[in-house]
Design a protein around this ligand. Structure first.
Ligand code: BGC
Length: 340
């Protein structure tokens, strides 16, 4: 691909972010620590070309049309069955083979702090109905990276788009994230079967290693003999956020890294949050500063609707009606904590 582009945003206090049109990806995110030094907290590569040869882990990508899993790669909508690509055993993962994460998006710099990526996904792409116009606006303020997603379809379809940055608040490539402290405002999570497909149930986090209602180290319970952890090879589950009403802009999670003392707060309008402890990174890729990305050297917190909603009518709907505007808003906010 010869049309790969890279673009940077800067904020007044020195925050810096780099993006590429390949998958509308966030390539790096530099935030100031307690001493004012910039730490790149996002796994990625220095050049867009590197993403083409990397092991596909959705590093920093926009994921769609349907992020996460759809069971048996099929769903029914308005009486019709749609067949999608099977790219995760018998199932569909993260929109398919040539999905939002691997297409070239149009880039438009809106201000020096904001960039808009847009993409036209034709009817039938990866098996989904409807021509879909989708745009992502990334805005860098003095302490936040904001992600605003909008889309519209000319036929009724399903849509569930997320951003897939991997974070390490000690700096990308600087060891594992097991001592990061995590808090998620969720009383429940979605259990999965042996193939990591939602069982259809909703489980309480109470008295389980999934309870992050108060801060816990990610690594404290990750290797416990608990069936859901074994099925996910660690954390790879969708949390049911304690939102007041659908679309409520909610403070969903916080993460603190005790060495850098960086804190990240996540706000979103989505009802679910996939917490993935990067169990499938293998050291195959060396990243931005040349260090290998090992298993659990990052965490992902992906705001989204629940996995496999098209096959679970009791989950919040992911149906996007013809002409209706899809809107999703997320912010990752950074600060420093002197007392950890
Ligand atoms: C999923 C994981 C998957 C990973 C791919 C995450 O969003 O939850 O199961 O392995 O993406 O890199």
């Amino acid at each position: 691909m010869s049309d790969l582009q890279k673009i940077s945003l800067h904020s007044n206090n020195g925050m810096r972010a780099e993006f590429t049109n390949y998958g509308a990806r966030l390539m790096s995110l530099f935030v100031p620590n307690l001493k004012g030094e910039l730490v790149n907290v996002c796994l990625g590569f220095q050049e867009p070309e590197a993403y083409l040869s990397a092991d596909e882990k959705y590093f920093g990508a926009i994921v769609g049309r349907y992020c996460n899993r759809i069971a048996n790669a099929s769903f029914e909508l308005e009486g019709k069955t749609y067949q999608l690509a099977k790219n995760s055993d018998n199932h569909h993962l993260h929109g398919g083979l040539k999905a939002f994460h691997t297409v070239l998006w149009n880039i438009e710099l809106i201000t020096e702090n904001a960039v808009k990526f847009s993409y036209y996904s034709p009817d039938g792409e990866e098996g989904y109905p409807g021509n879909v116009e989708v745009s992502i606006i990334y805005t860098l303020t003095d302490d936040e990276l904001k992600i605003d997603i909008e889309a519209v379809s000319d036929r009724t379809t399903v849509l569930n788009v997320t951003a897939h940055p991997y974070f390490n608040l000690r700096g990308e490539g600087n060891g594992d994230i097991l001592s990061h402290l995590l808090k998620i405002h969720a009383d429940a999570y979605i259990p999965v079967d042996r193939e990591v497909i939602p069982t259809g149930g909703i489980n309480t986090v109470e008295n389980t290693p999934f309870d992050f209602r108060d801060f816990h180290k990610i690594g404290d319970r990750i290797d416990e003999d608990f069936e859901q952890l074994i099925r996910g090879s660690g954390y790879d589950h969708n949390y049911v956020l304690n939102i007041d009403y659908p679309g409520f802009y909610f403070h969903a999670a916080s993460v603190i890294e005790p060495v850098s003392r960086l804190k990240m707060d996540l706000f979103t309008t989505e009802p679910g949050l996939q917490f993935y402890s990067a169990n499938w990174l293998s050291g195959a890729d060396t990243g931005y500063q040349g260090k290998a990305y090992e298993k659990r050297s990052a965490f992902c917190l992906e705001p989204q609707h629940f996995p496999d909603s098209p096959n679970n009518q009791h989950f919040p709907s992911t149906v996007l009606h013809k002409g209706e505007i899809y809107r999703s808003k997320t912010a990752f906010k950074f600060s420093t904590e002197s007392n950890v």
